[in-house]
Design a protein around this ligand. Sequence first.
Ligand code: S3P
Length: 175
Amino acid sequence: MRKNIVLIGFMGTGKTSIGKLLAAKLGCAFIDLDHKIEADNNMKIPEIFQKYGEAHFRELEKQAVKEAVERHGIVIATGGGTIKDKENMRLLKQSGVVICLTADIDEILLRTENKGDRPVLDAKDKAHGDRRAAIEKLLEERQIFYDQADYKVDTTNWSPMQIIGDILRYADTSH
Ligand code: S3P
């Protein structure tokens, strides 16, 4: 049974774009949990948060994880908060190798500057009145979860091909 490659990491670390390229390179299927939730519910994530709240989104996310880990030999990109749930993390780890993508704060700030796309960051930003402080606070809160990854790749200065090469080298040796 072939292991999955699971990408975790903070918002703006490139999980979706790297996941897509990685799956194309491997010639395997790609599941982006956020996109799956949006497609299954015919609604964008900010709309789900606005209409039903974060707790409901997290339930949908748990369901999406359960469905994704039933498949094998695929690439899965998670949302930034997916791994805060212990059971999600357990299932994802059990299904394959878990890679955490990271990036410098400045880079994350740049990649997530659009307001309206990421309700968790927008809410924290509003509470702190400062987007950088909001990112720092969320990163601090989540560090213990991201630290549970099998391997970390810093995406700040590397090209997508370098990042994919690094992930594949690790995944090959860990099989
Ligand atoms: C979230 C990150 C988002 C999305 C949702 C919540 C978070 O995914 O799942 O808005 O709590 O960090 P990305 O990491 O792909 O932006």
